[in-house]
Design a protein around this ligand. Structure first.
Ligand code: EZ4
Ligand code: CO
Length: 414
């Protein structure tokens, strides 16, 4: 391999191979590795929780054969080829596959240029990316104690979720008290949901958290798409005294206009978009200024090339980024997202759940947590690799996300 910075001739950049690596070091991850004639390789994450093999097959059967022989430096053209040229557009499977290719190509470009990804995007806007972690507990007391433990560890922003009396399981709350891993069984776990119970309980959680921890810590909450617009408006209003940093996914957003109702009734900042996969899912939300943070991240939103368009559009309307960063997004996405966060002028916050040690070992990386922020290193590309020998020791294990039903048995949003 030639020295970094002196490669990049068209000949060196020819894509000679691409492979999908599926591994389960605690949870399933799908990784795309692209190889070039000059010997430089790039990695992209293609993980879609509970639907991993659909993306793996889309890549292997339909994308990789189209990549061989192309110039890895034509990142935009390859993106347009895979999106515009495929005829069947959008959707999480397609857009995760496109994202994997796109991130791997940016990784290759960075390695060839000898530059970290944030530099290719336009350079640093900040020293580190503010992150929030997940605190949870069966009861309000336990959840508030968990918030306190994260503050002691140096976190400036904490998401708080607590169990709801009368409900056996609640989104975001784990029995083990470790990081929350909802995809836990081969077929979906069935959970029961009650909106009235949740609406009565949740303001008390934040009343307690503010009483215990004061005004300074940034507090966040994730509703996980469970409320109707008017219920979301009611809760956003009830939470106003506790000054949330954001109120996430309060209602499903297939109908973007639904957010008008929430907005009319509350000044609590709104975040949405972890399940979106293109700018068309959030265009109305952004241009009508119905949200404050857009959560669509690199892996599910078509890669850096597309998420950059979303972020630039959002900047025109004062909407900031707040990328999804649960553990079902691999360290490759975390690395790429952190480079993006380091550059993007309208950065808000980055979600940060902790991967298992096995996952961190499979994906060597150079980002690190210090004083409430994650910091990327200066490794060329996105700075995340894969130990393929170790990855092969963790075979794929099928797991699906839970579902939710109301107390009368009817299906609801999980
Ligand atoms: O449930 O990533 O904000 N974080 C979240 C996550 C999602 C999972 C789904 O795969 O909502 O916990
Ligand atoms: Co969420």
């Amino acid at each position: 391999m030639a020295k970094a910075g002196v490669q990049g001739s068209t000949r060196d950049r020819e894509i000679t191979g691409a492979r999908v690596i599926v591994t389960c070091p605690g949870r399933n991850f799908v990784t795309l590795k692209i190889e070039t004639k000059g010997g430089v390789t790039g990695l992209g994450d293609a993980t879609l929780n509970g639907r991993e093999l659909a993306v793996a097959a889309y890549l292997t059967e339909h994308v990789i054969p189209n990549l061989i022989g192309r110039d890895a430096g034509r990142i935009e053209d390859i993106w347009q080829f895979l999106y515009r040229g495929a005829y069947w557009r959008r959707g999480p499977v397609t857009m995760s596959a496109i994202a994997a290719v796109d991130v791997a190509l940016w990784d290759i470009l960075g390695k060839m240029a000898g530059m970290p990804l944030y530099q290719l995007l336009g350079g640093r806007s900040r020293d580190g990316a503010l992150v929030y972690c997940h605190a949870n507990g069966d009861s309000i007391e336990q959840a508030s104690e968990a918030v306190g433990r994260y503050i002691e560890q140096g976190y400036l922003a904490v998401r708080a979720q607590s169990g709801v009396p009368g409900l056996a399981k609640t989104y975001g709350v784990t029995k083990s008290k470790l990081a929350y891993e909802p995809a836990e069984s081969e077929l979906p776990t069935e959970t029961v949901w009650s909106t009235p119970k949740y609406l009565r309980h949740t303001p008390k959680l934040f009343e307690r958290a503010r009483a215990d921890h004061g005004e300074e810590v940034l507090l966040l909450h994730d509703v996980h798409h469970r409320l109707t617009p008017i219920e979301a408006a009611r809760l956003a209003k009830d939470l106003e005294p506790y000054r949330l940093f954001w109120f996430e996914d309060s209602t499903p957003a297939e109908n973007q206009d639904a957010f008008k109702l929430i907005r009319q009734h509350s000044t609590t900042p709104l975040a949405v978009g972890e399940v979106f996969n293109s700018i068309w899912d959030c265009k109305g939300l952004i241009e009508n200024q119905l949200i404050d943070y857009i959560r669509t991240t690199i892996v599910h939103g078509g890669g850096i090339t597309h998420v950059r368009r979303i972020a630039d559009f959002a900047a025109l309307y004062g909407v900031r980024t707040g990328f999804h960063g649960a553990t079902d997004l691999s360290p490759v996405t975390m690395g790429a997202a952190l480079h993006f966060d380091t550059w993007v002028p309208n950065f808000g916050i980055q979600e940060y759940m902790h991967h298992t040690q096995e996952t961190l070992d499979v994906f060597p990386h150079d980002y690190a947590f210090r004083e409430g922020r994650l910091h990327v290193g200066d490794t060329p590309g996105h700075g995340v690799g894969i130990d393929e020998t170790l990855a092969a020791k963790f075979p794929y294990a099928p797991k699906q996300l839970p579902i939710a039903r109301l107390e009368d048995g009817a299906m609801w949003d999980w």
